[in-house]
Design a protein around this ligand. Structure first.
Ligand SMILES: [Zn+2]
Length: 320
């Protein structure tokens, strides 16, 4: 636990995921809010209670829950605050919080069709329910308030909402202009570049392109005067523009590698994925396909590659 200033403290909650600990933030203003809520495990709950106590509070004192995005390591303990009447996040988070059955069915159908069109071999196709494997660590609930670009956090007028989709289609960050502090969720991390993850479209037929969103939102952050980043994982940092430049460059280098593979021969996304991640693609299909599609979306947007549909499967080639 770290007291950052008079109004904000950082609590650190263990997770069973590879990413390690997750940070949540307690915000004091006209009301007492918690930003993000760790994972739903016994260890997570104990860590949350203990650190709230160290700050002189109990879970009963928390009046609002605000979320940066819908991933399980950020929404686990949303049910742990009996007096919190407000739950606020991007509207896309609500489908996950409420476990909207229609949405989950469409989600699985989208991925099955999309993976077929990417050339993924049959035995690797996710079975029913497989995509929601980590949901047991996530809490359930319903949003009372939706937040969008430019809104102010309820009860904390000094914090402005910045839409930062990419890692998730519900991702928001919160910016305080007075001192340039940014509560960044997983959009800006010091030690790792967050994965722009593929998600099914919400309320449209066109799939989102998370890598392009992520890059645009990195550039959006470059244009803000951010002095300090309070992230969802890893250390607090102030060298924001360096971290952003490094992330952009790393991504461009990965895209160059994909481009080199395509110069050799035209390929399906799945063939590229196998070349890029020979050891990981079988066990981490979603993650490795997200990364592959992300680089292809970037190259296509730059006009460097084109795609054609052959027998129902996308084939990418360098622009001739
Ligand atoms: Zn996270």
């Amino acid at each position: 636990m770290k007291v950052l200033d008079k109004t904000i403290s950082q609590l650190t909650i263990p997770t069973p995921f590879a990413v390690g600990d997750v940070h949540v933030y307690l915000l004091k203003g006209d009301t007492l809010s918690i930003i993000d809520a760790g994972v739903k495990t016994k260890e997570g709950w104990e860590a949350l209670k203990t650190q709230l106590n160290e700050l002189g509070y109990t879970p009963n004192d928390v009046e609002q829950v605000i979320l940066t995005h819908h991933h399980p390591d950020h929404i686990g303990l949303i049910e742990a605050f009996p007096r919190a009447e407000t739950m606020a996040a991007h509207r896309n988070a609500d489908l996950y919080l409420t476990r909207d059955e229609t949405f989950f069915a469409e989600y699985e159908q989208f991925f099955r069709q999309f993976f077929v069109a990417c050339g993924v071999s049959g035995e690797l196709m996710p079975g029913p329910g497989e995509l929601g494997g980590t949901l047991k660590f996530a809490g359930t609930g319903k949003l009372t308030d939706t937040l969008d670009e430019g809104d102010r956090l309820p009860g904390h007028d000094d914090w402005q909402v910045i839409e930062t989709k990419g890692h998730a289609q519900s991702h928001l960050s919160f910016f305080r202009e007075s001192d340039g502090a940014l509560i960044a969720g997983d959009h800006l991390l010091h030690h790792i570049s967050p994965n722009p993850l593929l998600e099914a479209p919400i309320g449209s037929d066109v799939r989102p392109k998370p890598m392009l969103q992520y890059r645009n939102n990195l550039k959006k952050c470059q244009s803000l005067d951010i002095q300090m980043v309070y992230p969802g994982h890893g250390r607090i940092f102030s060298d924001v523009n360096d971290v952003i430049s490094v992330s952009l460059q790393k991504q461009e280098r990965r895209a160059e590698k994909v481009y080199t593979f395509l110069q050799e021969k035209a390929q399906t996304p799945f063939e590229l994925c196998q070349q890029l991640f020979p050891k990981q693609y079988e066990n981490q299909l979603n993650l490795t396909m997200s990364e592959t599609i992300g680089q292809l979306d970037y190259l296509e947007n730059e006009g460097l590659v084109t795609t054609t549909l052959k027998n129902g499967v996308y084939v990418y080639d360098v622009t001739k």
